[in-house]
Design a protein around this ligand. Structure first.
Ligand SMILES: [Fe+2]
Ligand SMILES: [Fe+2]
Length: 540
């Protein structure tokens, strides 16, 4: 174990010389807060960090064998208890330093874009996905390996926050505000170590040492990749005059593309695909397909269905807006889920990678269409909360945000646990599909009523279930794919069957909570969302 820790030290010292840290600490930009722009690529990761700690790094009490030495587990669990609170520190600085102004994320849609959807920020999301993959796989079940993961993260954090703390002195001079996340308060909690010397007495075999050294190398490579990207991003932002013009220009261009494709669709030149990812018939994987239909039927029969079906007039608009607000994180986060988490890592353990690649790339374009509907429903203008309050609600609200974030992280865990298996990835895509098919089936009545009641308004597209308008951007052969669009015809081993059933179960159990919550928002909690109603705006 000493060898692995020593190697980690060496690589960490190497990382210390990364130009990103110099850039953060430099006095070159007039507005010192701008040196925190490099956190935009980490925005989603920082906000999700409590869940990363609780759900991936912590050892769950019920999985721990009684009577075993749990010193390492205890140390890790003690550590994550502290780290999980740091997203709140970030929110305090985001609010206090008015980063929403600086980053151009005053409106909900701009927040969603930066957090989850902007293609410009995809390279950072790719690193985040592989970081999660590293800690949810079989290897990191062993406390010693997981300890190394956390130790690496700590060293990384110590370097990054040492740099932001150097800049914090100038920030304090210029704004009068002492940063807590970017300053000494946080750095004091990022010592660069998980605990003390717990790991030193652990003896590793030659094979384990080899594994540990490889793990440390992979993690280091990810840190370098992330730092490189953060550094590249701030250079792009500087050239564009700041992150605000950079990201809003990107969004404007992408939205122009959406409107062009919508016009094509309305003119009949972009018909819906003739394929879908579902199996054609009951085959080799009959029991999995049957389970899929069972789960799907549960979602179709969810009590929220009746609430949505019965909504008329202003109530229909209210329901659409509630659905948009509650499901915004899920819809947006699916962009990276498809593109990054569903990627089959090489070497693949079986056939089917082209199918998974086709589906995940095509589906990853869908979230952009949601931004069109967001505009049609005038969501930005109706949400009365500050960006910090909205972030807090989306991520940490005990009833609405937190359970949904937990669900999204469970989706990711299940999908990233078997990184090399195309069949598992296919069923991960299908597990999302079973919920969304039920969801859009329910919303359809509402979107049709909306069109009748608002003849002058552009149509709702994404919420209507029309999702193919941008497929061509990522899958040029989307009209007539050259690969099969389902993998349900392949033989499956018992282990694969068990893994797929477990995955569907987890997706359905966690995914259902937001359906429950939509029903709650439309009934018992409706007063809390009065600002989404038609009448609300007329009050001066
Ligand atoms: Fe931290
Ligand atoms: Fe930490």
């Amino acid at each position: 174990m000493r060898a692995a820790l020593g190697h980690l030290d060496t690589l960490s010292r190497e990382l210390e010389g990364h130009p990103l840290y110099r850039w953060i600490g430099d006095p070159q930009l007039k507005d010192s807060r701008r040196h925190y722009d490099c956190f935009i690529p980490l925005f989603g990761f920082v906000m999700s960090f409590p869940f990363y700690n609780e759900r991936y790094l912590a050892f769950r009490e019920d999985t721990r064998a009684p009577g075993q030495d749990t010193k390492l587990e205890d140390t890790i669990n003690h550590h994550v208890q502290e780290d999980r609170t740091h997203a709140r520190l970030f929110l305090a600085d985001f609010r206090g330093l008015e980063l929403d102004e600086l980053w151009g994320t005053r409106h909900a849609s701009a927040l969603m874009w930066a957090l989850w959807v902007s293609p410009l920020l995809d390279p950072g999301r790719a690193v985040e996905s592989r970081r999660i993959q590293e800690v949810v796989g079989d290897e990191a079940v062993a406390p010693t390996y997981r300890y190394l993961h956390v130790e690496q993260l700590e060293k990384d954090g110590n370097l990054l926050f040492s740099a932001t703390t150097r800049q914090a002195v100038r920030v304090k001079q210029q704004t009068g505000i002492t940063p807590v996340y970017f300053g000494m308060h946080h750095l004091e909690r990022e010592s660069g170590h998980v605990g003390g010397s717990e790991l030193e007495p652990v003896a590793f075999s030659a094979e384990q040492t080899e594994r540990a050294l490889k793990l440390v190398e992979r993690k280091h490579a990810l840190s370098v990749e992330m730092n490189d990207f953060m550094h590249r991003f701030v250079q792009m932002a500087e050239e564009a005059g700041g992150p605000e013009p950079l990201l809003s220009r990107e969004r404007r261009e992408r939205m122009r593309g959406v409107r062009e494709q919508l016009a094509e669709y309305q003119a009949g030149r972009l018909p819906a695909p003739t394929w879908n990812p579902r199996p054609e018939s009951f085959t080799e994987q009959g029991e999995l397909i049957a389970a899929w239909h069972r789960h799907h039927a549960d979602f179709v029969g969810h009590p929220v269905s009746a609430l949505l079906r019965e909504a008329r007039g202003p109530e229909a608009v209210f329901a659409l807006r509630c659905a948009a607000l509650l499901f915004a994180p899920r819809i947006s986060a699916l962009h990276a889920f498809y593109l990054q988490d569903c990627r089959v890592a090489e070497p693949a353990t079986g056939p089917g990678t082209p199918t998974v690649d086709f589906l995940r790339r095509a589906f990853s374009t869908e979230a952009e269409l949601f931004f069109h509907d967001w505009e049609v429903l005038e969501m930005d203008a109706r949400i009365p909360w500050t960006p910090a309050k909205l972030l807090e609600w989306w991520f940490f609200d005990k009833v609405y945000g937190r359970p949904e974030m937990e669900a999204l992280h469970e989706f990711r865990r299940e999908t990233l646990r078997h990184p090399n298996d195309p069949l598992l990835k296919y069923w991960a895509l299908m597990s999302v599909h079973l919920m969304s098919r039920a969801f859009f089936g329910n919303l359809r009545a509402l979107t049709e009523r909306f069109a009748v009641d608002h003849p002058a308004s552009p149509p709702l597209v994404y919420l209507q279930g029309t999702h193919h308008l941008l497929y061509g951007q990522m899958a040029p052969d989307w009209r007539e794919p050259t690969c099969s669009t389902s993998l349900a015809h392949l033989p499956a081993t018992d282990a694969q069957r068990r893994a797929v059933l477990r995955m569907m179960e987890a997706f359905a159990a966690y995914g259902r909570k937001q359906f429950d919550n939509l029903a709650r928002a439309l009934s018992t909690d409706r007063e809390c969302f009065a600002f989404l109603g038609e009448e609300w705006r007329r009050i001066p």
